[in-house]
Design a protein around this ligand. Structure first.
Ligand SMILES: NC(=O)c1ccc[n+]([C@@H]2O[C@H](COP(=O)([O-])OP(=O)(O)OC[C@H]3O[C@@H](n4cnc5c(N)ncnc54)[C@H](OP(=O)(O)O)[C@@H]3O)[C@@H](O)[C@H]2O)c1
Length: 264
């Protein structure tokens, strides 16, 4: 991931994606950063260029638009970029009772978290396969293993990312591309996240991480070729422990813990 090769990061204008961009630049990786138009992507680019000697290209687009991923791919081909890292980070979510969240919002979550991620892998895999060694990091969530009531569609979308990544990894194991999936617990990336953490009180602080911690652990895991990356020791233990509980007990407990989301 050094030299004239590029790492492509979606959702890089803020939060965890921005942290991945910073952590990658600090390692000397050239970057292609993607986010929505009118966001803070240019500021991220300027900050990186002021700190590290790497190349940073930006591409702003609503990735959920039908031709957006193709347009991004064409941009990379036109510029003859070699890509050996793909970090599929862009994602959205929402909390509340399933029946109270508009169908439009629910489908937007699937569009970005799942459909865009599939398109990204499908378009960019042939480019990644041209490299001696290349990496895909897909952004799932701890919730892929702990299905959360009142975040049903988001949880489902991250479960899809989790399973898809494991399956794709096996399909690609004899080639140069390694697929890893990262499953963070709660990460404070914005005011809403802070509010959510406060709603859960002190127990939330045990599992909450900052974006730069997630990015650092995520990148290290990716470069080591780890299959599943769960940032944070307590989060890792919680996921492992959760597998020992009978599903019904686990789901009842989760419903009680996350009832706070039901009125969001
Ligand atoms: N935060 C958490 O607690 C947490 C926990 C586990 C997993 N995750 C996952 O980690 C990822 C990043 O989360 P985050 O909290 O860092 O998110 P965030 O702060 O809301 O940032 C989202 C990023 O995605 C971009 N984006 C959103 N919609 C887009 C679209 N339609 N087309 C192109 N770019 C789009 C945003 O661009 P603009 O800035 O230009 O809008 C922004 O750069 C997501 O997949 C999320 O599900 C988050």
């Amino acid at each position: 991931m050094i030299g004239e090769n590029f790492t492509l990061i979606t959702g890089a204008s803020m939060g965890i994606g921005r942290a991945f961009a910073m952590a990658s630049a600090a390692r000397g990786f050239n970057l292609i950063l993607v986010a929505l138009p009118d966001g803070q992507l240019a500021e991220v680019q300027t900050e990186i260029l002021s700190k590290w000697k790497v190349k940073v290209l930006t591409f702003t687009v609503d990735l959920t638009q039908e031709d957006a991923v193709k347009a991004l791919f064409d941009f990379c081909i036109e510029k003859q970029l070699s890509i050996d890292g793909l970090i599929n980070n862009a994602g959205i979510g929402t909390g509340g009772r399933f029946e109270n969240i508009s169908l439009e919002k629910q489908l937007q979550i699937i569009d970005l978290n799942n459909k865009v991620l599939i398109r990204m892998c499908h378009y960019f895999l042939p480019l990644l396969k041209l490299e001696e060694k290349a990496y895909i990091l897909n952004m799932s969530s701890m919730e892929a293993n702990l299905p959360l009531p009142y975040k049903a569609v988001y949880t489902g979308s991250k479960n899809f990312v989790f399973a898809f990544s494991l399956a794709l990894r096996e399909e690609l194991k004899s080639g140069p591309v390694t697929v890893s999936v990262v499953c963070p617990g709660p990460v404070v990336t914005n005011a809403e996240g802070l509010q959510r953490m406060k709603a859960h009180g002190s127990r939330a602080k045990l599992v909450v991480l900052m974006p730069d911690e997630v990015a650092e652990i995520g990148l290290k895991g990716l470069l080591k070729g780890k299959t599943i990356i769960i940032p944070g020791k307590i989060n890792w233990v919680l996921v492992k422990l959760s597998r020992l509980f009978p599903t019904t007990t686990k789901m009842r407990l989760l419903e009680r813990l996350f009832r706070v989301y039901s009125t969001h």
